[in-house]
Design a protein around this ligand. Structure first.
Ligand SMILES: [Zn+2]
Length: 160
């Protein structure tokens, strides 16, 4: 006997609620967070909008390049500093759920570290909050390229 739509729809809904209720609440919340992030991250955050939002944050907007970090950027040039940035991001940020998250980026001693705190690219929690990049997945090459672009813009705007 062929199933009618009227019979099929409740069985689909029933099946879906069975799936939802058979996973625990924390997993379900993570599933929702991941779903929202995957939609948001499909449209990488517009740079102008991002920098406007960073400017609204009292914590992020107080970072400036000065002293020896500014001198180092001036001496080495943005291209070399961005090579360092790619190395830091790859080594310190690219794995999923890093154990030392929030402590992997020092507050001084390299212009990239200052730029990372200023732009919310300092740790996986900040990358998720500011850039919609899930902290539960390893970074892709595209995401690393995007982070380097964000750092480049901030460093360039410092005019050193
Ligand atoms: Zn952070």
């Amino acid at each position: 006997m062929e199933e009618t739509y009227a019979q099929a729809i409740p069985s689909v809904i029933g099946g879906f609620s069975f799936i939802v209720f058979s996973i625990n609440r924390k997993d379900y919340e993570l599933f929702l967070v991941e779903s929202i992030l995957s939609i948001k991250s499909r449209f990488m955050r517009d740079m102008d909008e991002l920098f406007a939002a960073l400017g609204q944050s009292r914590f992020r907007s107080r970072f400036r390049l000065s002293g020896k970090e500014a001198e180092y950027l001036g001496r080495k040039g943005v291209a070399t500093i961005l090579e360092h940035a790619r190395d830091f991001v790859t080594r310190r940020l690219s794995e999923a759920n890093p154990a030392n998250d929030g402590r992997q980026t020092p507050m001084r001693n390299h212009p990239v570290f200052i730029a990372q705190h200023a732009t919310g690219t300092c740790c996986r929690k900040c990358l998720e909050k500011w850039h919609y990049i899930s902290q539960r997945k390893a970074l892709t090459v595209e995401q690393i390229d995007y982070i380097i672009e964000v750092l480049k813009r901030w460093l360039t705007e410092q005019n050193v």
